[in-house]
Design a protein around this ligand. Structure first.
Ligand SMILES: [Zn+2]
Ligand SMILES: [Zn+2]
Length: 376
């Protein structure tokens, strides 16, 4: 895309006065400023385009170069915005965005409403904690250790004593500077906008009121906690700056995959191999449960591979339920023996002969009948 002529962008003639250029730009800037067109890419592009044109044409030297060589004067083939490669001071669009609302004070956006205070609330912090499924089942008090900005003890988090008005901004917290036709108001760097500086900064923290320190906390994780649950520890995040309120700590729970048990909501799923004789004759077996004990499971005579049995209230704890538990589902896998003793082989061979004469299962009986019907 070739770049539009700067005069065309601003809608002025080639011999426009600097006053006309200024007026034209102000009009476009008011119209397309990103603060007035949130999320509108087209407006943002137009604003940048107008600003670039204005930044060139307001400067007599740049304007002369542009009149003679066009866009080539600045070593840019076309398209793209950014600072100029040649031709002196570049400028940063973000800088203009950030300062613009200060120039046209009537935008009423939130950037200006920043509270003038030297103290700031500390950031919230996320801590990822992995626990076992057993721990999630019974609940656990976990100790976590991490390094975080904490309140500086020597100065009590104030950063020092003797507050004085900042000499750079004379206590206003802002600095005004001429930038083209803009009067730009910036946040004072000397006092970070608070208007006050600490005359005797604390030696331990350099005036910030906080220092990095290793902290150990005990986190109470409730029984039945689930993946991605978060536990908020109020005020245990980063300490505030210069006595500001502390942020919060969020402990995010993830649960390790268990070797045998699979959790689905409040229920536990488990697969158990059983002998084919038990499946055929029925019987009682013992299975492990998530609470660490064993449960008796009744296998019915004639159980089939893949049958699922339910053990009521042998699943996970249900959070905040006062001890209620989900269920446990046991899927049975019937194993075929692979090593037979001679006695077993003898008995099985005998059994096989007996069983040849009849189908042992109504399901396979009807299957065999269908097959023989199909093939005639
Ligand atoms: Zn200042
Ligand atoms: Zn300190």
């Amino acid at each position: 895309m070739s770049k539009r002529d700067f005069y065309e962008v601003l809608g002025v003639s080639k011999n426009a006065t600097s006053d006309e250029i200024k007026k034209a730009y102000r009009k476009l800037a008011m119209q397309y400023h990103p603060d007035r067109n949130p999320g509108n890419k087209d407006a943002e592009t137009k604003f940048k385009e107008a600003t670039e044109a204005y930044e060139t044409l307001r400067d007599d030297q740049k304007r002369a170069a542009y009149d003679q060589y066009g866009h080539d004067a600045f070593g840019q083939g076309g398209g793209g915005f950014g600072s100029y490669g040649q031709g002196g001071q570049g400028f940063d669009f973000n800088d203009i965005f950030n300062n613009f609302s200060d120039i046209f004070g009537d935008f009423g956006n939130s950037r200006q409403s920043k509270k003038r205070s030297s103290s700031q609330r500390g950031s919230d912090v996320r801590y990822n904690l992995e626990i076992s499924l057993e721990e999630a089942f019974r609940g656990v008090n976990e100790k976590i250790t991490f390094t975080i900005p904490v309140k500086c003890e020597p100065c009590g988090g104030k950063g020092g004593d003797k507050l004085e008005n900042c000499s750079t901004c004379k206590g206003t917290g802002k600095i005004r500077a001429q930038q083209g036709f803009f009067i730009v108001e910036r946040t004072c760097g000397g006092c970070s906008g608070s208007g006050q500086i600490i005359k005797n900064p604390c030696k331990s923290c350099g005036g910030s009121g906080r220092v990095n320190k290793e902290k150990t906390l005990s986190v109470k994780i409730p029984a039945g906690v689930e993946e991605d649950n978060r536990i908020r520890l109020s005020g245990e995040g980063e300490a505030g700056i210069r006595g500001g309120q502390s942020g919060d700590l969020y402990v995010y729970i993830s649960i390790r995959r268990h070797q045998f048990f699979m959790r689905k909501g409040d229920d536990i799923y488990f697969e158990m191999p059983i002998k084919f004789t038990t499946a055929a004759l029925g019987g009682s077996i013992e299975i492990p449960t998530i609470d660490g004990s064993k449960a008796k499971l009744q296998i019915n005579e004639g159980s089939q591979n893949g049958d699922q049995l339910r053990l009521k209230s042998k699943g996970m704890s249900v959070m905040n339920s006062g001890g209620r538990r989900g269920d446990m589902y046991v899927k049975i896998n019937i194993e075929t023996p692979v090593k037979l003793s001679s006695e077993e082989r003898e008995l099985l061979t005998k059994l096989d002969k007996i069983m040849q004469s009849k189908a042992s299962n109504p399901k396979s009986e009807s299957f065999f009948k269908k097959v023989s019907d199909f093939f005639g």
